[in-house]
Design a protein around this ligand. Structure first.
Ligand code: NDP
Length: 264
């Protein structure tokens, strides 16, 4: 029987995930279909999942914490960070994973000799990625506009600053983890801060994909290597696909099919 998958979010119309997964199902002759569902209330996630007769979902803004709460079983990493973006149904119970963080880790692995990382932003994406980076031996510092969001990072032992308290040092990698530049022309922090840290960095990365944000434009003006969030999106999708198909296909078998979504 054809297996059904979906992405849940609000908004969800912009998501590339249906295209990525459907191209891969087709390319691998896997009998499945992937759609999108506008989920308004996070607390209806589980009920909606079963009503739609789904085998698995990806979850995007703003329901990743609700997804965590809806799961019956959690992968140890998802359990640790409290954020789930991939759910698979097995024998009536929901199993939760986080594929954003390993996807991000793989996306930045091309930058060698990186030890210190400065995150601009402290939202949900920063929460999962900061933990995996620290587990891998990177030293992560967070800089955020509001102090309140930094509290849980400080409690977990990360060095954190607001724009007002920031004391710059040399960071190898500067990452825009905010939504600044997604739908507007704003920078993630005051330009003076970028002018202090970017020239000394080895590279700059934005998690926003498909456009050159003001942050990436600024980093390019200093002639350092840059990349946007496309690889992160691709890699989190490949890892989710491995879970959806219970590891029937390897990362390298999935990649050429899913990558086609970025050429269309
Ligand atoms: P959240 O809403 O959880 O957090 C948003 C963060 O951005 C907060 O730290 C907020 O700071 C900051 N922020 C928002 N606007 C501004 C601004 N104008 N100036 C300075 N800071 C700002 O978002 P997420 O963590 O879920 O998502 C962050 C970004 O990551 C989004 O752009 C999203 O599209 C992208 N993303 C990309 C993925 C990919 O695969 N490439 C996967 C997942 C996310 P404050 O606390 O002050 O409000």
């Amino acid at each position: 029987m054809k297996k059904l998958f979906a992405i849940f979010g609000n908004p969800v119309s912009h998501s590339k995930s249906p295209l990525m997964h459907n191209l891969t199902f087709q390319g691998l002759n896997y009998d499945a279909c992937y759609t999108r569902h506008l989920l308004e209330k996070g607390n209806t996630l589980k009920e909606t999942f079963f009503t739609l007769g789904l085998k698995g979902i990806n979850v995007t803004i703003p329901h990743k914490e609700a997804a965590f709460n809806a799961c019956d079983t959690l992968d140890p990493f998802a359990q640790k960070i409290g954020v789930v973006n991939t759910i698979v149904e097995r024998e009536g119970s929901l199993h939760g994973y986080n594929t954003d963080a390993p996807g991000f880790l793989k996306a930045i692995s091309e930058f060698n000799h990186v030890k210190t990382v400065l995150f601009l932003g402290a939202g949900g994406t920063a929460q999962s990625t900061s933990n995996i980076l620290r587990d891998e031996g990177y030293e992560v510092t967070l800089l955020n506009r509001s102090a309140s969001r930094l509290e849980k990072f400080t409690a977990k032992g990360f060095t954190t600053y607001t724009f007002e308290t920031f004391k710059p040092k040399v960071y190898d990698l500067i990452i825009n983890m905010t939504s600044a530049g997604l739908e507007d022309d704003s920078l993630p922090c005051p330009k003076e801060i970028l002018d202090m840290v970017i020239p000394k960095a080895k590279a700059a990365v934005d998690v926003i994909y498909g456009k050159e944000t003001p942050f990436l434009k600024c980093a390019k003006s200093y002639n350092i290597p840059t990349k946007d969030g496309s690889d992160m999106l691709l890699y989190q999708g490949i890892i989710a696909f491995e879970y959806f198909t219970e590891n029937t296909y390897s990362f390298d078998e999935i990649k050429p099919h899913m990558q086609k979504a970025f050429l269309l």
